[in-house]
Design a protein around this ligand. Structure first.
Ligand code: NAD
Length: 281
C-alpha cells in the first residue's frame, strides 16, 4: 500500500506561494487578503476556518474571520457580503458551509462577487469550469488533481469512478476528470450495486460522507483511491470513507485521512486567493 501524503506537495507549493506573495506585495502595496464568514458554532467548521486563517498567515496573506450567530438573518449576512464585494483590499471571500437552514444554498451561492469567489461555488464560475475555462479551481477537486500530479499518477485514458455528486466535490471533480480525458463512472445514493461499477475504476474517488463505505469488494488490485471523507469520532480521531482495514493487504495507492485531501483543499483556496489578488489592478 502506497500512501499519497499531502505533506511534500503542500510544503513545496507553500514555499512557492510565499515567494510569489512577496513579489505581489510590492506591486499591490499590500498582501493578498482572504475574508471568511462563519455562521453558527459548528465545531468542525470552527476547526476548518481556523486552519484556513492559519495557512493564509503562513504564506504571508492577511485574513479575517467574520462570525455570525446561527440565527442571523439572511439579509444581515448578504449586507456584509456586499460590503466585502466592494472592498478593494479584499481579494477572496469564502462563506463556510454547512449553512444554517434560513440561508438557502441557491441564494447564497449568488452573493459573492464571482471575481472574489475563491471557493468556486458561484454558478458563473461553475459554468466556466464546466465549459473548460475555469476562473478558479474548485478547492477540493483541484487539490486532488495537484496531489495526483505530484505523484505522477496519470488520469488521461483511465477509467475513473467518482462516488458522490455534491456541488462541492462530486460534480466539479467529475468535470475536471473529464477535462483531463478520463472515462467517467459516477455513482450516488440511488445507484444500484455501486460496488460493481466502482470496481471498474483504475482511479476511485470517494466523497460519500459515509464512514468506511469503500471496502475491498469495491476495488480491483492496483487501483488508486482518493478518500475525501472526513469523520470525527468522540475521541477526536479522524477517519475517511475508506474502510482501511479491509484493504490493508491490497496492492494499491491511497490518500491518507487525515493528511491527504484536506490540506490540499486549503492549498487551492490559498492559490485561488493569490490568483484573485494578482488580477487586481
Ligand atoms: P454530500 O453529503 O453533499 O454528498 C454525498 C454524496 O455521496 C451524495 O451525492 C450521495 O448520493 C453520495 N452517497 C452517499 N452514500 C452513498 C453510497 N452508499 N453509495 C454511493 N453514493 C453515496 O457530501 P460532500 O459535501 O460531497 O462531502 C462528502 C465527504 O467529504 C464528507 O465526509 C465531507 O466531510 C468530506 N469533505 C471533505 C473535504 C476535504 O477537504 N477533505 C471537502 C469537502 C467535503
Amino acid at each position: 500500500m502506497i500512501l499519497l501524503s499531502a505533506k511534500p506537495v503542500v510544503q513545496k507549493r507553500r514555499a512557492e506561494l510565499l515567494a510569489k506573495t512577496d513579489a505581489i506585495k510590492k506591486r499591490l502595496g499590500r498582501a493578498p487578503h482572504l475574508s471568511v464568514i462563519l455562521i453558527g458554532d459548528d465545531p468542525a467548521s470552527q476547526v476548518y476556518v481556523d486552519r484556513k486563517a492559519n495557512a493564509a498567515m503562513k504564506v504571508g496573506f492577511t485574513s479575517e474571520t467574520i462570525r455570525f450567530p446561527k440565527d442571523i438573518s439572511a439579509n444581515a449576512v448578504l449586507k456584509r457580503v456586499r460590503e466585502l464585494n466592494s472592498e478593494k483590499k479584499v481579494d477572496g471571500i469564502l462563506i463556510q458551509r454547512p449553512l444554517p437552514p434560513q440561508l438557502r444554498e441557491k441564494d447564497v451561492s449568488l452573493w459573492v462577487d464571482p471575481a472574489k469567489d475563491v471557493d468556486c461555488l458561484h454558478p458563473e464560475n461553475i459554468g466556466l469550469l464546466v465549459t473548460g475555462n475555469p476562473r478558479f479551481m474548485p478547492c477540493t477537486p483541484g487539490g486532488i488533481l495537484l496531489l495526483l500530479d505530484h505523484y505522477g499518477i496519470t488520469i488521461e485514458g483511465k477509467t475513473v469512478c467518482v462516488i458522490g455528486r455534491s456541488a462541492i466535490v462530486g460534480k466539479p471533480l467529475a468535470s475536471l476528470l473529464l477535462s483531463r480525458n478520463a472515462s467517467l463512472i459516477q455513482v450516488h445514493r440511488s445507484t444500484p450495486d455501486a460496488a460493481s461499477l466502482c470496481k471498474l475504476g483504475d482511479l476511485v474517488f470517494v466523497a460519500a460522507g459515509s464512514k468506511g463505505l469503500l471496502k475491498r469488494n469495491w476495488l480491483k488490485p492496483g487501483s488508486v483511491v482518493v478518500d475525501v471523507g472526513i469523520h470525527r469520532d468522540g475521541a477526536g480521531k479522524i477517519t475517511g470513507d475508506v474502510d482501511t482495514e479491509s484493504i490493508a493487504d491490497l496492492p494499491m495507492a491511497l490518500t491518507p485521512v487525515p493528511g491527504g485531501v484536506g490540506p490540499m483543499t486549503i492549498q487551492v483556496l490559498l492559490e485561488n486567493t493569490f490568483t484573485a489578488a494578482s488580477r487586481q489592478g
